[in-house]
Design a protein around this ligand. Structure first.
Ligand SMILES: NC(=O)c1ccc[n+]([C@@H]2O[C@H](COP(=O)([O-])OP(=O)(O)OC[C@H]3O[C@@H](n4cnc5c(N)ncnc54)[C@H](O)[C@@H]3O)[C@@H](O)[C@H]2O)c1
Length: 280
């Protein structure tokens, strides 16, 4: 099969300096796109700029905080002036901010910080980007990086989980609004993926690593490149009739729900003490 070609397309990725965002930037750059990156971390900006220059990619890597409304508006004006619009927006920024605690103990400040970095910028960045997408005519694509936690609960990380659920509703509703403009709106919902923010390779004790294959049907955690593959699909003509939906990027974890494989490799959905957990 011929690989995808984004020559001439203008793609904006938020948080493109690391993890999933960086892999998405690289995937589009490799396929000819012109890139705009809004990244809060100056060092990551410098590193990415160097890499994109080395691959002769036409790119604007901006040290921008997407939670800063004025900075986002200024970036959009710069993009319009330099590139004449946008074809693809990837809302990738999101962070649980290391806040793992009972909901009842969350302060107002916790709630506001989580809202700012997980949902509010998706509203403000998308709103600012819509005229730029419209200015390029039909064929635009808006992609938000959600989480598999948009479709199940996660104790002690309740607020992050709620904002990820909200992305599903935003995606569905905006898809209806922008359908007549030929702009598609979708999301990607990753399960645990090895990035700067989440490091299963370090967080999980070595003796437990081997068990990963027992609870994820495709037997591994995600890579940033897995997410990039979905973003390429959702930005391309291959998904021309796909809008308002979310791809579960999870190796089958959500399909498994409470099912996993016992030490004998048999599927079970009950607690295993010995055997396969069933009283038979
Ligand atoms: N890694 C996972 O296991 C996982 C699972 C589910 C969902 N997600 C989602 O995927 C997305 C990317 O996650 P990741 O693990 O690659 O994160 P990451 O922290 O590794 O990378 C995020 C990048 O965004 C940048 N960034 C953070 N705040 C910013 C801001 N305000 N403005 C501009 N840039 C900012 C960071 O500097 C970093 O370079 C997030 O929305 C996250 O919630 C990740």
């Amino acid at each position: 099969m011929q690989d995808l070609d984004f020559t001439g397309k203008i793609v904006l990725v938020t948080g493109g300096g690391a993890g999933i965002g960086r892999a998405i930037v690289e995937a589009f750059a490799t396929r000819g796109a012109r890139l705009v990156v809004a990244e809060i971390n100056a060092e990551r900006c410098a590193d990415l700029r160097e890499a994109l220059e080395a691959s002769a990619t036409d790119a604007l890597v901006s040290n921008t905080d997407v939670c800063d409304r004025a900075a986002v508006d200024a970036l959009m004006a710069e993009v319009q002036a330099r590139f004449g619009g946008l074809d693809v927006l990837v809302n990738n920024v999101g962070d649980f901010l290391g806040l793992i605690k009972p909901f009842a103990a969350c302060t107002d400040e916790d709630l506001e910080r989580l809202y700012a970095v997980n949902l509010k910028h998706i509203f403000t960045v998308t709103r600012a980007a819509i005229p730029l997408l419209q200015s390029r005519g039909r064929g635009g694509s808006i992609i938000s990086i959600s989480s598999i936690e948009a479709f199940r609960g996660i104790p002690m990380v309740t607020t992050y989980c709620a904002f990820k659920h909200a992305i599903t509703g935003f995606t569905r509703s905006l898809a209806l609004e922008l359908g007549p403009d030929g702009i598609r709106v979708n999301a990607i919902a990753p399960e645990t993926t090895e990035t700067e923010q989440v490091r299963p390779s370090e967080l999980i004790a070595p003796e437990h690593q081997a068990h990963t294959r027992r609870w994820i049907p495709l037997e591994r955690f995600g890579t940033p490149q897995d997410a990039a593959g979905c973003a390429l699909f959702l930005a391309s003509e291959l998904s021309a009739w796909v809008t308002g939906t979310t791809i579960n990027l999870d190796g089958g974890a959500l399909a498994a729900a409470g099912w996993y494989r016992d030490p004998n490799d048999l599927w079970t959905n009950v607690p295993v003490v010995s055997g396969n957990g069933f009283n038979i």
